[in-house]
Design a protein around this ligand. Structure first.
Ligand code: PLP
Length: 364
């Protein structure tokens, strides 16, 4: 199987797995217990917290959560005032803002251009005094485009609003602007374990608790932490930092090979210039992406976000950049990274190319 679905999840790094294993054995202590075993587990959690924080702006605190979805729900539901966000955000943001809208808070969802980017003049017009929170994604999970986070955060601050960045796909890969107030992260997108995320809060930024209880993960997140998952997240973050240049150079080689081999029959969805190179979202007229994916059983790739796949609905992100239903249904997403080889890309692109030819031939 050739795995090309890095936006859905990434393979666990062997170093991460090794670091986690002792916590399935002798090191099972509760990090909130006062005895030595508890204190050792707590110390491991604190090391992990520092490792995750090292890739984020100074002067803030990492609070571990069960997922980025939880972190985004916490930031959105725990903030005050009206909310501005973008039409291409993840369901964890869009569904959360719809929920608070039903509860009476004002919500504004801004459109994006064909390049997938928000127009800053449109953002300036919408982000007015009275807005409490602006939420925007760093790297889009479906089309890979990079939003102008620093400028959006500046506009938010000028209006007196907080700025929340969903950095799930960009963390450790694309610089995170220094002026953000809240950042949501997920370990399984950086070769860490599933079941753990984090909300980073700038010092002095307060959000109401989402989960009430023992208050273990101050400020405002209750529930016993899993040291194994925290340690895995920490080691994964440290590896992202250590391998940043090697990973980026490897990715650029894969990107060049993939774009070259797929050729002019495929059009890239979203901005070509403002994009993360581990995400290739493309369309080819007349192709049935769902059939292509189910037919190529030795390839793991997708037509969009893992959360939306299977719903049968065309992707809200592809619709937001102006694609017709037919164009959206002819779009595929190829995601690659650290453990993808050039040979994987060569074989996969050949398989996609041949299957597409066959599909189009039968369609005539
Ligand atoms: N935000 C983005 C951009 C994502 O890609 C994802 C995962 O697909 C999430 C949020 C949710 O992350 P998690 O799986 O940790 O809930």
């Amino acid at each position: 199987m050739i795995y090309l679905d890095y936006q859905a999840t990434t393979p666990l790094a062997p170093e991460v797995r090794e670091a986690m294993l002792p916590y399935l054995g002798d090191r099972f202590g509760n990090p909130h217990s006062p005895h030595r075993m508890g204190r050792e587990a707590a110390a491991a959690v604190e090391v992990a917290r520092e490792q995750v924080a090292a890739l984020l702006p100074a002067h803030g605190r990492v609070a571990f959560t069960g997922s980025a979805t939880e972190a985004l729900n916490w930031a959105i539901k725990g903030s005050r005032g009206a909310i501005v966000t973008l039409a291409t955000e993840h369901a964890a943001v869009l569904d959360s803002v719809r929920a608070i809208e039903r509860a009476g808070r004002e919500v504004h969802i801004l459109p994006v251009g064909v390049d997938g980017l928000v127009d800053l003049d449109v953002a300036r017009a919408a982000i007015r005094p009275g807005i409490g929170l602006v939420a925007a994604m760093l790297v889009n999970n479906e089309i890979g485009v990079i939003q102008p986070i620093e400028q959006l955060a500046e506009i938010a601050h000028r209006a007196g609003a907080l700025f929340l960045c969903d950095a799930v796909q960009g963390y450790g890969r694309v610089p995170i602007a220094d002026n953000v107030d809240l950042v949501a992260l997920s370990a399984h997108k950086i070769h860490g374990p599933k079941g753990i995320g984090a909300l980073w809060l700038r010092d002095g930024t307060a959000v109401e608790p989402l989960l009430h209880g023992g208050g273990q993960e101050a400020p405002g997140r209750s529930g016993t932490l899993a040291p194994m998952l925290c340690v895995g997240f920490g080691v994964a973050a440290a590896l992202m930092d250590e391998r940043r240049e090697d990973d980026a150079a490897h990715l650029d080689r894969l990107w060049r090979t993939a774009t070259h081999r797929l050729g002019p029959e495929w059009t890239i969805n979203g901005s070509f210039a403002h994009r993360y190179h581990g995400n290739l979202n493309l369309r080819s007229d007349g192709v049935d992406a769902a059939r292509l994916i189910s037919g190529l059983r030795e390839l793991a790739f997708s037509a969009g976000s893992a959360c939306a796949s299977g719903s049968g609905r065309p992707s809200h992100v592809l619709k937001a950049i102006g694609l017709s239903d037919a164009e959206a249904r002819s779009s595929i997403r190829i995601g690659f990274g650290r453990y993808t080889s050039e040979e994987d890309i060569e074989r996969a692109t050949t398989m996609i190319f041949e299957a597409t030819e066959k599909q189009l031939m039968w369609a005539v």
